[in-house]
Ligand binder design. Structure first.
Ligand code: TRP
Length: 345
């Protein structure tokens, strides 16, 4: 650790290990994590237990993507010397905190959580909701508070989960009569959620509308070619719509030359600018962004042993931190103490 671990603010965030990460993750949170790792104490959680809450029928997928997501982290520039990468299922204190927190949240509050409501609908659970799925916001509250994180970089769909975390924190603090837990703030990027290349919903591997961080040059070009634009912009000479036009949404997210993008938008709106020209610009930008990530990923993937060692070290480090919080919470809640030495029990 090169940072002062006592006074630097703590970041905790994570990803379900259900598939390799994509450009939506990049603008949504990875970029922020890379930027903040030198000024914060940062923990990244490979959320395999949470992934299981809606993938219990396919544990192989959850298992295989642990190293894929770890590779994505390192490929975008997460530095394991600055950021602790750890595996959720190997941090038993998180499960124990979840169990304690469950007493401070009602089933109806969980059912009202807007993220959970949307996800239940999208997965077609109806009334057959796995209890683990309904309760994953409680587990996520355990994730965040176990590390004493105050900053949580996430996409905007996660905001209700942070809100629910803070509710649990307040209830527990009220119960124990002091601030044993800390509230956290969601750090949501201004760009909002990145739509899929089809213009429908958010970018997601399961929707088949994602560009993975490891995409090949031709995969990127294919995705840009089939990207949704303005269906009424039939000829280059026609005036076109920029709102809801995915190519422009992506330029807003990835093109750093704001002046050029605004000029392109004006030209497109006025007529005389074809989709092909705008797509060519976006293709160039995405190729330039992804090429170094893909190259680093390929080199790192040749040595899975190295990734595993890094992950073991990070998980061990996270075990100490989360166990210490569990001890504090258990004591604060007034549970029986078998031994004054916290290492003994
Ligand atoms: N729910 C997050 C997602 O779907 C993953 C996650 C698990 C997480 N634990 C977390 C995010 C704690 C932020 C903080 O990607």
């Amino acid at each position: 650790m090169t940072v002062d671990t006592n006074s630097t603010p703590v970041i905790l965030t994570g990803d379900r290990t259900t598939g390799p990460l994509h450009l939506g993750h990049y603008v949504g949170s990875l970029k922020t994590r890379v930027a903040l790792q030198s000024t914060h104490r940062q923990f990244l959680l490979l959320a395999d237990s949470q992934a299981l809450t809606d993938n219990a029928h396919d544990p192989a997928k959850v298992q295989q993507n642990v190293l894929e997501v770890a590779l994505d982290y390192l490929a975008v520039g997460i530095d394991p010397e600055l950021t602790t990468i750890c595996l959720q299922s190997h941090l038993p204190a998180l499960a124990e905190l979840t169990l304690l927190y469950m007493n401070f949240v009602t089933v109806s509050r969980l059912e009202r959580n807007p993220t959970i409501k949307d996800e239940i609908q999208a997965r077609g659970f109806g009334r057959d909701i796995p209890a683990g799925f309904l309760c994953y916001p409680v587990a996520q509250a355990a994730d965040i508070t176990a590390f004493k994180a105050t900053v949580v970089p996430v996409g905007e769909d996660q905001a209700p989960l942070i809100e629910q975390t803070n509710e649990i924190v307040r209830r527990i603090n009220r119960q124990v009569g002091r601030d044993v837990l800390m509230e956290a703030k969601a750090l949501i990027p201004a760009i909002g959620r990145l739509p899929g290349v089809d213009g429908k919903s958010k970018m997601s591997k399961s929707q088949g509308n994602a560009i993975p961080l490891s995409a090949s040059p031709s995969e990127i070009s294919d995705a840009v070619r089939r990207m949704f634009t303005d269906p009424n912009h039939l000829r280059a000479s026609d005036p076109g719509k920029v709102e809801g036009n995915v190519v422009f949404t992506y330029l807003d997210a990835f093109d750093e030359d704001r002046t050029a993008v605004e000029a392109l938008k004006a030209h497109y709106r006025g007529g005389g600018l074809g989709d092909m020209a705008v797509k060519r610009r976006l293709d160039d930008i995405l190729q330039t962004l992804v090429a170094p990530i893909r190259a680093r990923r390929a080199i790192l993937a040749r040595d899975p042993g190295h990734i595993l060692t890094m992950l073991r070290r990070g998980t061990q480090n996270a075990r100490r931190v989360t166990q210490a919080t569990l001890d504090e919470v258990r004591n604060a809640l007034g549970l029986f103490q078998l031994n004054a030495d916290p290492d003994a029990f």
